[in-house]
Design a protein around this ligand. Sequence first.
Ligand SMILES: [Fe+2]
Length: 371
Amino acid sequence: MFRFFNPFFLMPCLICLYDVLSMICPLRFSLWAKIPMALLITAGLAKIFMLRMTPAGFEVYELPRPAALILSGLFSFMVCALFMLIVKDVIFLVWKVIVRQAFPAHYASLCVMILAACATIWGAYQGTRVPDVLTHEVRIKNLGPEFDGMKAAMLVDIHVGSVNRREFVRAVVDKTNALSPDVILIPGDFVDGQVRNRSGDLEPLRDLRAKYGVLAVTGNHEYYYDLAGWLKTIEGFGVKWLENENVILTSGDSRLAIAGVPDPTGGNRNTPKALAGISEGIPIILMDHQPRFAGENAELGVNLQLSGHTHGGQMPGIRQLVARSNGGFVRGWYDVGGMKLYNSPGTSQWDGFIVRLFDPSEISLFILRAE
Ligand SMILES: [Fe+2]
């Protein structure tokens, strides 16, 4: 019962209530037609209430993929409809004041329902498909000639869960390896779920291949489950964690530092420590899951910050809200005090809200060039 007073659970309940009142109630259908519609929308809440809060973090009830996909789709529909209903209700208020005639509430609600259903189906396809590769050429100050043309692939926000599973990770790994990257960087949010349920889904990461290996930092979602278990499991797949530390890549006389900080959720994020020991003049790439610390990272001399976390907002409306809560960063390139920040939209997204509209996921490939 306490869950209803927790904002994480309360907000979806309020969204559901608004959807039913604003979309289902005005329909000129019989009560017997409207009740199943309302129940169907309410079923989307199951996706949220399948998360059980324990002192050690979330526990997720395991579901077959088709069932998970349907519940995620219903929850996503609920959110898509919310934004459209807000627009509809603003029009309703303006109509009442200016037109002063009966508002065609039935047709407006029906229109929102159809549009939200189409947006959910199209957006869920976009959100669950294997992403395209996006190539970015990035100029880095002091980059040595041996690293000019170096290829760094980035995967972030993989969020393996009950929807995107082993086949998805396998396809992403194959697509990444096909790029022949020199190094592969994964700045956090690998999973949503327990080690016992999801480790097999993440196992294809074992096959990632790059000359300088696979380097990673934690995202906030690693802390929601069994952090110690996940650190050990993912390390077992050949991924090296950078926890407030760096590695210096060497080729001929050229040096390149790759540093990483853990997500602030753990309370031990320490960028000066992560950059300690890097000699003056060596260019620095920093993995930092959340983009909002870009200002301080720039002041510490980072050349390129790679982040995720925001998922690009996943759709208009949410994008603006996500940007506001992440220091204005949400997707793409930013210049922050002379430092380059790339905020990836992510390789995937949390499997509760699987819709992406006008905001595709990506596998990022950076071609490093000397500035
Ligand atoms: Fe995140």
